[in-house]
Design a binder for this molecule. Structure first.
Ligand SMILES: [Zn+2]
Length: 341
């Protein structure tokens, strides 16, 4: 009989005494599976779906074939995504920094110049938005839109609309329950941070005419008001570049941008125009589609910069755009008025 100092047999990988990072993963998988057993004994059916997803990960960590095991980093990433999706799906509470209490009517709350933003922590809201405006704007676009001047934040208001917030939370729960989304490729600009990677929830800009703002703050963004002649369908368009969103605002007078929480879920990346598209759930199997749509459907359309078949500009797409087709999948949280100085 072999004596294994410092080793407990049931935690050992089958390839023992050979040891590697893969055998460490096996041992971790055993520990995590036991923790899941404790969880089940203690909480019964609660979060059963999430537990089954976690069991799938621990099962692969304990594969007999060491090459089939995920690495520790991969395992941790999967577990983090599952847990954050569970948190998103169960959390309908309003952001902690809102002033309106649950049940109170919708309000547009002015954000003071020195109010600290809660993401990323430490910056003032005005400072963060001013920096994002400048950093996500092409020089040529700035010159075209502001001449020799620079864009400047004139005011910031926060929409605290409990009804729209609930609608958004329900959409987020539905998206989270459909499984984990793959990361956006290429990543969204850093100025527009991810809120929840499990359903690709991001902060993105939406530009609109001044006369539309009040209706959006009351009723939310509405895909039914989108025009079918949009290049990528009758959806709601967002960008991680302020100059693109500003193209949709008024050319004269104060320009309005909405900084929205947006659920991109599982995007469809197009290299073609998609005029008349009403929903990414049933993308047409047209011959000019370069990426086959997934059978399960998609939640959004992403257009990366570059050549686009059918684009009126022979150089194709200059800015990156994100299109959703369900207004419930966006929450317009900040109204930023932009002026030139
Ligand atoms: Zn631009």
């Amino acid at each position: 009989m072999t004596t294994m100092v410092g080793t407990t047999p049931e935690f050992m990988a089958p390839e023992f005494p050979e040891s590697s990072t893969a055998s460490d993963v096996f041992s971790l998988g055993v520990v995590c599976a036991r923790l899941l057993d404790c969880w089940e004994q203690r909480f019964g059916q609660e979060l059963k779906d999430e537990r089954n997803l976690l069991r799938d990960v621990t099962g692969r960590m304990q594969s007999r074939d060491k090459d089939a095991r995920p690495t520790a980093v991969e395992s941790l990433e999967e577990v983090t995504k599952i847990l954050s999706a569970a948190q998103a799906s169960s959390d309908r509470s309003q952001p902690s920094y809102w002033q309106q209490l649950p049940g109170q009517p919708s309000a547009k709350v002015p954000v003071a110049r020195d109010e600290i933003l809660h993401w990323p922590a430490g910056q003032t809201t005005w400072g963060q938005f001013s920096a994002a405006l400048k950093q996500t704007m092409h020089d040529s676009c700035r010159q075209h839109q502001f001449g020799d001047c620079s864009p400047s934040v004139r005011s910031v208001e926060r929409l605290e609309n409990p009804m729209l917030w609930q609608r958004y939370c329900v959409a987020r729960e539905r998206m989270a329950s459909s499984g984990l989304a793959s990361p956006i490729n290429p990543p969204v600009r850093l100025e527009n941070p991810v809120i929840d990677s499990s359903c690709n929830e991001y902060w993105l800009w939406h530009g609109t005419r001044h006369h539309n703002v009040e209706a959006i703050l009351k009723e939310g963004l509405d895909e039914h008001l989108s025009l079918l002649d949009g290049l990528y369908g009758a959806g709601i368009y967002f960008s991680d570049e302020a100059c693109k969103a500003l193209q949709y605002s008024d050319a004269n007078g104060p320009r309005y941008l909405l900084l929205c929480r947006v659920l991109l879920g599982r995007p469809y990346y197009t290299r073609n125009i998609l005029k008349t598209l009403r929903s990414p759930k049933n993308l047409p199997e047209r011959g000019d589609l370069l990426q086959r749509p997934e059978a399960a459907g998609h939640d959004s359309v992403i257009v990366n910069a570059g050549p686009i078949q059918g684009h009126p500009n022979p150089n194709g797409q200059v800015h990156r755009e994100f299109v959703i087709f369900d207004g419930a999948c966006a929450y317009p949280e900040f109204v930023v008025s932009v002026d030139k100085v």
